[in-house]
Design a protein around this ligand. Structure first.
Ligand code: SAT
Ligand code: MN
Length: 596
């Protein structure tokens, strides 16, 4: 008798009518074969899926050029299909599941004719972890199949775990005809199901990542009592050899990957990487919060990555351990046949082709590499990979850092008074848009816990869920707000960032270890300046003070904006968060602005 998995695959084949069905085992030999197929047979937009690059400096490097309209996540085409709109919340696009399936069934009908259907069994998390989930994705694209081998643990262990059960997360994906008008990413959280059509881009097409490990998993976490978060996980080894584990949520363009692989500027401290994008947080048997990274690779932004900004990532890319490493929509150095991007170390090569295949030189006002061009590389290539990465139990988390990009108002670092206050800090985090994005510069987008595009249900309920988790923890992690981006009168960043961020993390570790005090402010607990190790940095005292300045008059508009933001969640907004809001307004002498 057919298993539920065989039955499901059979049904998808009947719908999409591929010429061939191929079950992937996740082996290196298979990946080499798929890459060959992508070089010689499969095409996207008339171009081969893969182009082999020179191995000399960039081992196992293959280049992929996407359709020019298919270069980023498409939030406006992403839907959360709960039976009722209210469960999806004001933070999501919603479509009735029946309507969504009808629409998608039309698109998927016969869409794999002439193509191969790849069946990808994979684990999110270590196969032996009680927190891991078994999944199967179907796709018709070799780039997606190879990327999934890098980003997940693919192969037999997932099939073994599924066996004859019905308990696996299903993802159906086709690149379709890449027409943006026929591109949809549909999530059915209650069925553990994702249907994605018309895009080959990471966040839209690698369904284990944002679609499952955040949107569907956040909803599973609500039902099962855990958290799926947009967070890096890292261990910090102090000069005595003690390792403290932390998780940190930062919206895009705030340096999450750089922080996860940071090379410490303070001697004696060492960073051990566990993940750069997603953390699943569970209450362990001892009542502490344990984190696993469900992924097994990095899908990182290439431009700006260099020996200066992220030396460990450059070493990761130059490691030949795990096959292959993919470069998507970067530029090419044609003489060397190597990938290139703006901000890479060394002289600008003479003969550059931009991400769309046109000749490029630095006098042009276009970028050679697409600003969202990416590398895809196995985490096992990373020289700072923690020994605990494959620990099925995960690592115990001592601190959670919540950040954003704010040029004023929010101090460099601040400790929450307690868990509830920490959740309040997370609910109101936000980032000012940068010139790199196609928005107006300096406009604030609130992005609670960096989860706005990824929470698979009503965010008001999500805040409530965070509060409940805190109540169940015996030893809750301390929560911190961080902001590397405060500027001076000339609009210049005061804090140097990158490897120097260890100075802030050192203070956090000292706080966890009870080794240092803190100063109470209306916003939270901040370092006494003498306790922040700024040796050798040469930041003038008045600027250091500015990193922590709190001006109540600046908070009038901010408080109004927070109140408006919270208001949209109506009765789903927990009263405890409103209490925190009122307490803050009162401390800042602005309680009149608080109506609720
Ligand atoms: O665009 S992805 O979701 O694949 C990557 C990211 O935004 O972190
Ligand atoms: Mn991310």
């Amino acid at each position: 008798m057919a298993t539920p998995l065989e039955k499901w695959v059979d049904e998808q084949a009947k719908l999409t009518t591929p010429d061939r069905i191929y079950w992937c085992n996740g082996s290196e030999e298979e990946a080499r074969r798929l890459v060959e197929i992508g070089i010689k047979e499969e095409k996207i937009n008339g171009l081969p899926v893969f182009q082999k690059l020179n191995d000399k400096h960039w081992p196992n490097a293959y280049f992929h050029r996407s359709h020019p309209t298919d270069v980023a996540r498409t939030e406006h085409l992403t839907f959360i299909c709960h039976p009722d709109k209210e469960t999806a919340g004001p933070n999501n696009n919603w479509m009735d599941p029946r309507e969504a399936k009808e629409k998608m069934t039309k698109l998927f009908s016969g869409c794999m004719k002439g193509r191969t259907m790849y069946v990808l069994p994979y684990m999110m998390g270590h196969p032996k972890s009680p927190y891991a989930k078994a999944c199967v994705q179907i796709t018709d694209n070799s780039y997606v199949a190879v990327s999934m081998r890098l980003m997940t643990r693919m192969g037999k262990e997932a099939l073994d775990r599924i066996g004859s059960s019905d308990d696996f997360v299903r993802g159906l994906h086709s690149i379709g005809d890449l027409n943006p008008d026929r591109r949809f990413i549909m999530h059915f959280p209650q069925e553990h199901l994702v249907w994605s059509f018309g895009s080959g881009y990471g966040g839209n097409a690698l369904l284990g990542k944002k679609c499952f490990a955040l949107r569907i998993a956040s909803y599973l976490g609500l039902k099962e009592g855990w958290l799926a978060e947009h967070m890096l996980i890292m261990g910090i080894e102090d000069p005595k050899g003690k390792i403290t584990y932390i998780a940190a949520a930062l919206p895009s363009a705030c340096g999450k990957t750089n922080l996860a692989l940071m090379q410490s500027a303070l001697p004696g401290y060492k960073i051990w990487t566990i993940g750069d994008d997603i953390a699943w947080l569970n209450i362990g048997p001892d009542g502490r919060l344990y984190a696993i990274n469900p992924e097994a690779g990095f899908f990182g932004v290439a431009p700006g990555t260099s020996l200066k900004t992220n030396p460990q990532m450059i070493k990761t890319l130059k490691n030949d351990k795990f096959f292959p490493t993919l470069y998507t929509n970067t530029a090419l150095d044609l003489d060397a046949n190597e990938p290139w991007w703006n901000g890479l170390d060394g002289a600008i090569p003479k003969n550059i082709e931009d991400w769309q295949g046109n000749p490029w030189n630095p006098s042009m006002d276009t970028k050679a590499a697409h600003p969202n061009s990416r590398f895809t590389v196995s985490i096992y290539n990373c020289p700072s990979l923690s020994n605990e990465f494959d620990n099925p139990a995960g690592v115990p988390i001592s601190a959670i850092l919540l950040g954003g990009r704010r040029s004023s108002l929010v101090p460099l670092v601040m400790e929450a008074f307690n868990w509830q206050h920490g959740v309040f800090l997370g609910t109101r985090t936000g980032s000012e848009t940068t010139a790199a994005a196609a928005h107006q510069v300096g406009v604030l987008r609130r992005d609670p816990m960096a989860m706005l595009p990824f929470c698979g249900y009503n965010m008001g309920d999500y805040f409530g869920h965070w509060l409940n988790i805190g109540k169940k923890l015996k030893q809750p992690p301390k929560i911190y707000s961080i902001n590397w981006f405060r500027t001076d009168e000339d609009g210049k960043f005061i804090w140097p960032g990158f490897g120097e961020n260890i100075r802030v993390i050192k203070w956090i570790i000292d706080r966890i270890g009870g080794k240092t005090g803190a100063k109470e402010t209306p916003l939270g607990l901040v370092p006494e300046l003498k306790d922040l190790d700024l040796s050798g940095l040469n930041i003038p005292q008045d600027k250091v003070k500015k990193l922590f300045a709190i001006d109540p008059s600046e908070w009038t508009a901010e408080l109004q904006d927070i109140e408006k933001y919270f208001g949209q969640f109506g009765s789903h907004m927990p009263e405890a968060i409103w209490q925190e809001y009122r307490a803050l307004a009162e401390k800042l002498g602005q309680s009149k602005s608080s109506k609720k």
